[in-house]
Write a protein that binds this ligand. Structure first.
Ligand code: NAP
Length: 324
């Protein structure tokens, strides 16, 4: 049996229920993991509230780290006793133990703690694909990154610095802006006070940025397009403030022949070998000190509702984990 967080119906944080349920044995291609910590991500909020619908009842959580307890037939990259971590579907990571498909479960190097791994797999693999698999990006390029003091954000700030990419951040308070700059952002704009598109133009000598990485969504979408250079790339990868409203594709022409993509991590990690290679690059950045994983909030599994409330109320910075 394992304590597991489920929802029986979509709703607010009070929809989260902690239940005891059997874990079972892994089938072919699966592993059972005794989990040591799990990570909190905004996708968990979208799933809980029904914005990304699940077949109910369903367990929640997309990211965790622990020890492999049992291995199903055909699994060759993991064995019993291995340390491991993942960011993967199906939801169910908010649990003391679980069975899941092995393909996206990654062997975890000894020098990375379970807490760090639980705090970084989903966010760090996302930053990996944003910087290396979405659009050509390299030294000298400039990126605008919204919510730069958040979980994905603080990893992105450090990743950009390590790749020679200039990252202009935005965040909701001056304190958060300071944090983003301390982690590698060249500038950070308080977008609750200042017109960020106008500030981006000032900071880039009127040119605009090469790429925008926008997971705030509804509130920032138009301003993000206005922050781009002609031919620039808009990466819309989330909806923390609400879904991006429908728009005319002609807008992209009017604003300078812009490009737009709407990626998800789960497309990028669908292939086993690709997922494992992405994870190795992420682990390398953490092991060599380029990226430090900052865990600013820890909640017990039983306090998962308070963790969701804090994330939705913009009270968190860096990563949040649920301790087991
Ligand atoms: N597509 C993908 O593959 C993918 C993968 C991972 C994450 N994401 C997206 O990336 C974003 C960041 O994820 P995360 O887990 O690291 O969360 P997070 O950035 O730690 O938290 C979300 C942040 O969004 C900002 N925000 C702006 N308007 C908001 C609003 N109305 N309500 C709540 N927050 C608001 C807040 O920062 P300020 O106070 O500074 O504004 C808040 O702290 C999310 O949108 C998530 O869905 C997408």
């Amino acid at each position: 049996m394992a304590q597991t967080v489920i929802i029986e119906e979509a709703g607010g944080p009070d929809a989260l229920r902690l239940v005891d349920r059997p874990v079972g044995d892994p089938g072919p291609g699966e592993v059972r993991i005794a989990q040591r910590a799990c990570g909190l991500n905004f996708i968990d909020v979208y799933q809980r509230m029904g914005m990304y619908p699940l077949t109910l009842p369903h367990a929640l959580g997309m990211e965790a780290a622990g020890v492999i307890e049992a291995v199903g037939a055909g699994v060759t990259h993991l064995k019993v006793g291995d340390r491991a971590a993942y960011a993967a579907a199906p939801p169910g990571a908010y649990a003391e133990a679980r069975v899941m498909p092995a393909a996206q479960v990654c062997p975890l190097p000894e020098d990375i703690s379970f807490d760090e791994a639980a705090a970084m797999m989903l966010k760090g693999l996302t930053v990996q694909y944003l910087f290396h698999r979405t659009t050509p990006l390299g030294p000298g390029d400039t990126v605008l990154f919204h919510a730069a003091a958040g979980g994905v954000g603080l990893i992105a700030c450090q990743w950009a610095r390590s790749e020679g990419v200039t990252l202009i951040g935005t965040a909701g308070t001056d304190e958060k802006c300071q944090l983003a700059v301390e982690h590698g952002a060249s500038h950070c704009i308080n977008y609750r006070r200042d017109d960020f598109a106008a500030r981006v133009k000032e900071l880039t000598g009127g040119a605009g940025v090469d790429v925008v990485m926008d997971a705030v969504g509804a509130d920032t979408f138009e301003g993000s397009l206005d922050s781009l250079k002609p031919l620039g790339m808009m990466i819309s990868f989330g909806n923390a403030s609400g879904a991006v409203p429908p728009f005319s594709v002609g807008l992209l022409g009017q604003k300078g022949s812009l490009k737009i993509t709407r990626p998800t991590l789960f497309t990028h990690i669908a292939d086993h070998d690709t997922c494992q290679a992405m994870a190795r690059q992420l682990f390398g950045k953490v092991s060599n000190g380029d990226v430090k994983i900052r865990i600013d909030q820890r909640f017990a599994l039983a306090d998962v509702a308070a963790a969701h409330e804090a994330l939705e109320a913009r009270q968190t910075t860096g990563s949040t984990i649920l301790t087991l």
